[in-house]
Design a protein around this ligand. Structure first.
Ligand code: DAH
Length: 366
């Protein structure tokens, strides 16, 4: 074997055995670098005679090419091995949730509103909305509370300094009842809607916040009576609290926009310091709790909303959504609903996939 062939084989063997990129680079310098042994051989060509050069040149060139090829081949092998190792060490389960990133949750008020929409949709109710910045006429006058009506004083209204285009006062709606008027005016009769939303009153303590949530119900048709109201409320509350033993008591009351008006109480017992709805309030260990206001829509409200009270009747009800959430999910301070404290939200919030459905039970598990 010639000297060059020996050199080539040794170089190939050493290159193939190079353990890493640094070792390989050292070998490249050793053979092909400016001071390298193969480079030195190439330099000898200049001092040869043309005949010698013709014979030795191709041999030395092929030695150089063989070493360069071996280095390139080893480099590819080392690169691939490094990539394999990196991929192996960086595998991740794409189906796992990000462990440290903050996870949002659905606020109990939103969850309860979704539950209510689901329950009432099953009874044929559509969801209606109205503006939170309301005018005096829709919030009060059309609901049979003309100026100087004493019921207005009970609403602790936030008024705006500016007047509406027709000279009326503008305010933050104090209840969802103006949506009754807006819906009847916009679509006529029959009507079957719920109207969930924010309402505002200048009031603040453990059970009152300046902003809170109500849901209004309105059914207008021919021959509607209080029996329909009672059935609707019973069906709704049984579905919402997911118990069949919900017992209601209708008590005569007064609201300007209903006649007759009834206040609806629900029976409950105290279990582990919590109010648990169910059973008659007259049963031993039970009591009644006032839950919502309702009644037959006042004929004057129907008239002001553009309907003929001799042709159409209906019932309405209004209930606090926050209150429903507290009763169902056990919170005891309303103010915490609006603090945005993530510990509270982590505890009481719902997973976004927890869509309430009647088939799965509207009471999602947080
Ligand atoms: N709007 C009343 C309130 O905020 C609640 C209410 C009572 C609504 C009786 C009704 C109703 O629709 O019929 O206090």
């Amino acid at each position: 074997m010639s000297e060059l062939e020996q050199l080539r084989d040794t170089a190939r063997a050493r290159i193939a055995a190079a353990e890493n990129a640094d070792a390989l680079e050292a070998l490249r310098v050793e053979y092909l670098g400016k001071q390298g042994s193969v480079s030195a051989l190439l330099k000898t060509l200049g001092k040869m005679t043309p005949e010698q050069r013709q014979e030795e040149g191709p041999k030395i060139q092929s030695l150089r090419a063989a070493v360069a090829d071996a280095i390139a081949e080893r480099k590819t092998a080392l690169d691939n091995a490094a990539l394999e190792q990196q991929l192996a060490s960086e595998t991740m389960d794409l189906s796992l949730p990000a462990p440290q990133s903050p996870r949002g949750s659905v606020h109990p008020v939103s969850q309860v509103m979704d539950e209510l929409a689901e329950i009432f949709a099953d009874m044929g109710f559509a969801v209606a909305t109205g503006p939170e910045i309301e005018d005096d006429w829709h919030n009060f006058t059309a609901l049979n509370m003309p100026e100087s009506h004493p019921a207005r004083a009970m609403h602790d209204t936030f008024y705006f300094p500016d007047e509406s285009a027709d000279g009326g006062k503008m305010l933050l709606r104090t209840h969802t009842s103006p949506v009754q008027v807006r819906t009847m005016k916009a679509q006529g009769a029959p009507v079957r809607i719920i109207a969930p939303g924010r309402v505002y009153r200048s009031d603040s303590d453990a059970t009152h916040t300046p902003m809170f949530h109500q849901i209004e119900g309105l059914v207008i048709d021919k021959n509607i009576h209080l029996g329909h109201l009672k059935w609707t409320l019973e069906t709704f509350l049984k579905a919402f609290f997911e118990r069949d033993d919900i017992v209601l008591r209708l008590r005569p009351s007064y609201f300007p926009f209903t006649e007759p008006s009834v206040e609806v109480d629900v029976g409950f017992a105290i279990e582990n310091g919590r109010r648990v709805l169910g059973g008659s309030g007259d049963a031993p260990g039970h009591a009644w709790m006032e839950l919502l206001g309702s009644g037959m829509v006042n004929a004057r409200v129907l008239e002001m909303s553009g309907l003929d009270p001799d042709e159409y009747q209906g019932f309405a009800f209004g209930v606090g959504v926050d209150r429903l959430a507290m009763l169902k999910y056990g919170m005891d301070d309303l103010r915490a609903f609006f603090d945005g404290d993530h510990r509270w939200l982590d505890h009481y919030g719902f997973a976004s996939f927890d869509q309430p459905t009647l088939s799965a039970g509207v009471g999602a598990t947080a």
